[in-house]
Design a protein around this ligand. Sequence first.
Ligand code: SAM
Length: 457
Amino acid sequence: MNIKKGTEIEILIQHLNINGKGIGKYEDYNVAVNRCFPGDKVICVIKKIKRNYIEAELVKVVEESGLRVPARSKHAQYSGSPWEVLSYDYQLEVKQKEVERIIGNTGNDNTQILDIIGMDDPWYYRNKMQFSFGYDENMSPVLGFHVSGRRYDIYDLEEDFLCEEWIPEFVNYFRQRTLKAGFTPYRFKNGEGQLRELTVRVGKRTNQVMVILSVSEQMPTEEANKILEQAMHDLPYINSVWLEVVTVQAGRRTEKILTHIAGDKDIQEKLITNNQEMTYQIGPNTFFQPNTHQAEVIYQKVADLAHLDGTQTVYDLFCGTGTIGLSLASNSKHVYGIDLVEESIEKAHHNQEINKIQNATYIAGDIFKTKLDWPNPDLVVFDPPRAGLNPKLIEYITSLAPKQIIYVSCNLKSFAHDLEAFKEHGWSLKSIQPVDQFPHTRHLEVVGELTYADNTC
Ligand SMILES: C[S@@+](CC[C@H](N)C(=O)[O-])C[C@H]1O[C@@H](n2cnc3c(N)ncnc32)[C@H](O)[C@@H]1O
C-alpha cells in the first residue's frame, strides 16, 4: 500500500515510548499514536512519515485495551493527565520499565536500578496549577486547560482531581468575574483580548494559597485589581494575590510586569526531610517542586545517599530557593548554591534565615557561564531543568574532584545523555531511584548517584 499523509490506518498498540505515545506496527513502520495504550486497537490518521517511522493522530479506539480503567475526570481524554485511564500500578510498571530500558542502553551495566517510589494516594498532589483563558472549538470564551497536543484550543475546566477539591469552584469564581463580566480572552493570532492565565500556588502543608492573574496591557488595570481584591474577600483561603501584565510588541521581547495587589507577598510551604521540618517561601515566579509529598521523598533520598557527617562541602547547583541544600546544611560543613533566577536566590537567602541556617552561601548566576569561587566540593547535587547539563559543565565540575555526585532529573532522556559525558571523565552511575512525581502523566523524576571509578572499589 502507498503510505501517504492523511491516510487512516488500523493498528494494534504494543507498547508506550518515552514520550508516552502508543507504539504499533504498520507494515515495516513503527507508528506512534497519542493517547492510546498497549492492547488498544485503534484507527489513526498519518500525520508525518519518516524513514521507518510514522507519527499519527488517534481517530478512534476500535477495541479497548484490558489495561484501561474508567477515568476519574470527565476531561481525561484530552487533559494533561492522559494516563488516568490506566491503573496506577500499571503506570508505575511502565515508568520502571522505561528507566530499566534507557539506563540499560547507556552501558552503565553495574547500576543498581531501584524500584520506583509511587504515591499511596496519587490524587490532589499538585501544588501549582496554571489555567488558560481562551476559546473552545465553538469559539465560546472559556477558562481551563489547553487541549493536549493543540496549541490554542482550551477546554472549560469543570473537574479537577490533581490539585485541590476547591479548584472547580475557584475556576468558576474567576470565570464569572472575568469572562462572564465581559472581558475577553487574549488571542495569540491577532494579539487582541485581555485575559491570559490564572495561576494558583498552594502550600500543601500550610494551606496557604497564592493567585496570579495574568492579563494583556489591554485589560484596564483598575478592573483587574478590583477582581483580585474582591477574590481575596470572597475566597477566604486565598492569602496572596498578584497581577501580571504581559505586553507583546512586534520585534521586541515580551514584557511581563508583576505587581503585588493584596495579602501576603509570599506563601510558605513546609517539607519534612532528614527528621527536620523546614519552611520555604514561595514567590509568584520561584520554582518549587510541583508535588510536595514526592519532593520530600526526593530530598530524603538525596540525604540518604549523601551520608553527610558535618565535614563535607556541598554544592547545590540549580538550587532554586535552596530547598535541597538547606535540607542538607545541618549535616554539612558548608552548602553553596547557584540559580539563574534572582528572585529564587532572594528566597534562598530568606529560607536560610527562617530556618536559622548559618552555613550556606547562595549566588544568582548562570551555572553554564560562572567560574565558582568556592572551596572544592565533597558532594555536588545537580537538579537542572529538563534540558539537563552539558559536557563543558560536566568537565568543569568533575575537574573539581568531588567525592560524590547526586543528579536529580525530571527528564530521563537528558539524564541518560549526560551520563556519556560523565563516563568520559571516569564517573559512572552507581544507583538510580525513580520517583513518581507526576501520577497520571508519563513524567517521572530520578535521583542518580554517580561515583568516580577510583572510588567504587
Ligand atoms: C528543576 S529546578 C530545581 C530547583 C531546586 N533544586 C528545587 O528542588 O526546588 C531547576 C532550577 O534551575 C534553574 N536554572 C535554569 N537554568 C539555569 C542556569 N543556566 N544556571 C543556574 N540555574 C539555572 C531554574 O531557575 C530552576 O530553579
